[in-house]
Design a protein around this ligand. Sequence first.
Ligand SMILES: [Zn+2]
Length: 718
Amino acid sequence: MRILAKTTACIVAISLVAACETSDTADEADIAAGTDGNVLLAAWSGPYGGVPAFDKMDLAYLKSALEIGMERNLGEIDAIAENPEPPTFENTIEAMERAGKDLDRVSTYRRIWSSNVSSPEFREIQLEMAPKLAEFNTKIIQNAALFDRIRTVYESEEAKSLRPDQQRLLQLVYDRFARNGATLTGEKKARYAQITQRLAELHTQFGNNVLADEEGYVTYLTEDQLGGLPQSFVRSAAAAAADRGHDGEYAVTNTRSSMDPFLTYSSERDLRETVWRTYYSRGDNGDEHDNNAIIAEILQLRDERVKLLGYENYAAWRLENRMAKTPERAFELLEAIWPAALARVEEEVADMQAIADAEGAGITIAPWDYRYYAEKVRQAKYDLDSDEVKQYLQMQNLIDAMHFVAGEIFNFEFTPVPEGEVSVFHEDVKVWEVTDKDSGDLVGLWYLDPYARPGKRSGAWATSYRSHESFDGEITTLGSNNSNFIQGAPGEPVLISWSDARTLFHEFGHALHYLTSTVAYPTLNSGVRDYTEFQSQLLERWLLTDRVIDNYLLHVETGEPIPDELVEKIRNAATFNQGFETTEYLASALVDMMYHTMDPTGLDPDAFERAALEELDMPDEIVMRHRSPHFAHIFSSEGYSAGYYSYIWADVLTSDAAEAFAEAPGGFYDKELAKRLVENLFAVRNAVDPADAYRAFRGRDATIDALMRDRGFPVPSN
Ligand SMILES: [Zn+2]
């Protein structure tokens, strides 16, 4: 679910133009440029400051709308770059914030086609347009006249007298160019472009190789090799085998969703070892799909590229605009948690070895035994009947609970918009008007697309169709949540799992983060990788508050609130197997950071990984969650390169902030603390440095103590 943060609107738009969608009113330029007829380019009309015309979406217009949108955007950028007036904040930076509205509107529709209502026809257009969109972004970054103006404003006297949020905007815009090679000239500029292109190829090759090994290696089982496996797994394994022409056999495919349950339940130890080795060898088989040479070249080129820009290493470049700011601070956090995770692994292994010994298994716990014996420990110590919990989790009640929390903490009122008043792309989608409880002022709209259907991607995510801005007049937010629940029979309540309920709250946290925005400029809505998951993770904590438990977690038949002992079991289960989970994660995060801070000359990734893990004292029973040759987060793109630490960085903030609520006089519903939360950590988005914002909320920096308690680890003494 965390990965899905990628779909937040602001991260999708890599262009330097308005980072998030904004509405526009029809003007003569639209008509003169030939908008009439192309429904995707048309200004949004209707109530709430205009809403997307989802009911008129027509794929036939998409390609031309994207082309016209890019062309107009480049025209706007050229006009700014060639302005004969001397550069000012207003005629350069603000003008850039104003540009690209047409493309933004088209992009909203494109993302709906991509995520909610996809089709082979759409994917064909997407494939054709992706390189053109990439080229469009490069053109803007490489516009030397434009960057000259930005730099002039950045270095001007005027800059010093701007409002703090304007200074922040100027910094973000300047960095976006400077950090991506705009300061380079001549040979260095050419080399930079060459490296960027080669890296794009290598990233794609890396990902394709992992995919090839996931598809190419399948473990087939016969009827007598199914010991311990649940019926649901057996059924899907039979179907997977039949799909591959192995009728009558059972396929364990080489993916996490197949490997993980197999290792958890299979009583066939030799097969567990086979499946484990196959999975953790992806990209490392010494054949044409081997990724080791690609890793070496990627790291070499990344290092060379940031040195052209004057950085000491790739991680220093990468973390500069993150909350952590330096690789040292990321290392510091990872290393502070590491010893406690290792100590817990020792305890977990001892628990598991005891069970294996009692069973007379005659084995020493190996990596392919961990999940299997951990499951036995779970049943003995933490047994939680997921079906029993589900009876208290009715989707509609959970939605009501989220609106209740939003009312208490954010002072928002959610009112259903009558059907037909705002257009939707599918009849399942419902829309709520969001207003301020006291003033009645419109905050925006919240769209919910709850159910699975063909053409919709899996998982859950949040996105915004339009983000808040006010520098050209107040624009309200259009936010959305999307899930894949299975629709019940008409009139039947939809029951969901505990983890789905958490995800629902998590994604709603992202939506609230959009809706609370008070920033003046579109770019200030943008996300910061090690910070954007914090707000959503924090919102999950309200699911187990008394007022939600008592009023919304009600049994589907009796209407009774979920009993205390079941809540207690849920709470205890949260610390189960944390040694394993934290260690496999931290090992990957640490190795990622080591790769991006060392000198990559002559690197042998295989030897490096082994040496790094030895130095860390990695337990024999656990491997990295993602071994280097298939660590797609960091090598198939730059999405999480020198950034895998981000998950636990955000977790530290989440635990620390949740503890502030737990200790407040009014607990999780403390009005004064809620106000500080919304003002400092939600409404400002990226208009304030996240570290300063957090300090303003908490009165100090976050410490790891609360996270250690949440995971059941001892808190280090200071
Ligand atoms: Zn998220």
